[in-house]
Design a protein around this ligand. Structure first.
Ligand code: GLA
Length: 393
């Protein structure tokens, strides 16, 4: 569904259900060129917002504390009172919304009754961060509607807290950041410790970015994500006993890691080594992009995937297959799984005009092998969360 059609749909549903003229907010999904599972290690990432959105329509109602939220794509509506905001069933869409409302309450802000309709064209469970886009859309909308005065950075941090406290995923900041701060035609080199970021122009002249969705649904809430985070923390604990200055894996070098190798179990060592190496690859990738060295950038992507597959162990056979096929294709410079893992998309850097032939060749084999079809997305880099239409209009 195009974003225009989506917007019209959300708008007319709002009118039909709740009657008043809403504020319209759009919040994009994201890709990540490189830097996977580095964000919660205070490291670097290189994401960008894409032209796939959650659009939400939001307006105050007449009540002091009654709220209604309609998820248009699921045809599911909830009603709740602001005096009783609690997490809903695990895995439900409601926690993204309720989590944001709860975090705003924790800031001491007194909201009043409101209604929301939202819908999206970011494929769910595809590693394109539809959940962060939803959280940001709600935070941004409420901030505007109730004149809360939060900055974009405060809103993205609030969205992240909603995910920690209501969804139960101890995620890093990359997704909420990219969706909130995205910049058209750029990816953003983010230092996840200081939250400083630098836009990096993406203009691959004769190459483009191709996303292939394995259509394997990942479930980030699965303990695997939180477990990886714990492994990293336990690695840092061991490193600190010898190098007290190390506060997170971002501060550790491969040499320091090998000095404490004997004190770590082999799995923790492997996970920590991946993070240290991936963090270095982000810096190398930025240099490669600036020098327009696409072969180098591509090889960093392949290395990243190998690390995610063998060291960090967050890939799956479908993603490995897609990357392997990309590796065998001379029109593709680099490919890797993207996002939290266990499903979702691969990101590929491919020669312009070569996508169709590659997709045709891989699609048949993939379908035969895994009994499901992959999906293909062409995306453009876009601006972050913003108002589409204010109430005054
Ligand atoms: C998910 C999380 C992010 C990040 C990625 C892996 O998308 O939400 O914070 O950790 O996984 O890079």
């Amino acid at each position: 569904m195009t974003t225009q059609v989506l917007t019209e749909r959300v708008k007319s549903l709002f009118k039909e259900k709740y009657g008043s003229a809403p504020l319209l907010v759009q919040s994009p999904g994201r890709i990540n060129i490189i830097g996977e599972h580095t964000d919660y290690n205070d490291g670097f990432v290189l994401p960008g917002a894409i032209d796939r959105y959650i659009v939400s329509a939001i307006a105050k109602n007449d009540s002091t504390d009654q709220c209604r939220v309609l998820a248009a794509d699921m045809d599911s509506e909830i009603q709740f009172s602001l005096s009783d905001v609690r997490p809903s069933e695990k895995g439900s869409w409601q926690n993204y919304v309720l989590g944001v409302v709860s975090e705003i309450g924790k800031r001491g802000v007194q909201l009043q009754g409101f209604d929301i309709v939202f819908g999206g064209n970011i494929p769910k469970g595809s590693g394109l961060s539809s959940s962060a886009a939803l959280e940001n859309a709600i935070a941004f909308g409420l901030n505007e509607l109730f004149d809360i005065g939060m900055s974009k950075t405060e809103m993205m941090l609030l969205s992240q807290k909603a995910e920690h406290n209501f969804v139960g995923v101890q995620c890093g900041i990359m997704d909420q950041f990219a969706s909130m701060h995205g910049k058209s035609e750029h990816v953003l080199l983010l230092d996840c410790r200081s939250l400083d970021f630098t836009p990096v122009t993406i203009d691959f002249s004769d190459c483009e970015i191709l996303l292939i969705n394995s259509n394997v649904k990942h479930s980030l809430a699965d303990s695997a994500y939180n477990n990886r985070r714990k492994s990293c923390e336990s690695g840092v604990g061991i490193l600190q006993s010898v190098f007290p200055e190390i506060k997170a894996l971002r501060d550790a070098s491969e040499d320091q890691l090998s000095e404490v190798k004997e004190q770590m179990d082999s799995d923790t060592y492997k996970k920590c080594l991946y993070v240290v190496q991936e963090n270095n690859r982000v810096q190398e990738a930025v240099k490669a992009i600036k020098n327009n060295d696409i072969p180098l950038l591509g090889s960093l992507l392949f290395q990243s995937h190998a690390g995610l597959e063998h060291q960090y162990e967050v890939s799956c056979p479908e993603l490995d297959f897609l990357v392997e096929k990309a590796r065998e294709n001379s029109s593709i410079f680099g490919s890797r799984m993207m996002g939290g893992g266990f499903g979702g998309c691969t990101i590929n850097i491919i020669k312009k005009g070569a996508a169709q032939a590659f997709v045709a060749s891989v699609e048949e084999e993939y379908t035969l092998k895994f009994d499901k079809k992959p999906s293909i997305y062409n995306v453009s880099l876009t601006n972050g969360t913003s108002i589409l239409e204010s109430v005054k209009n």
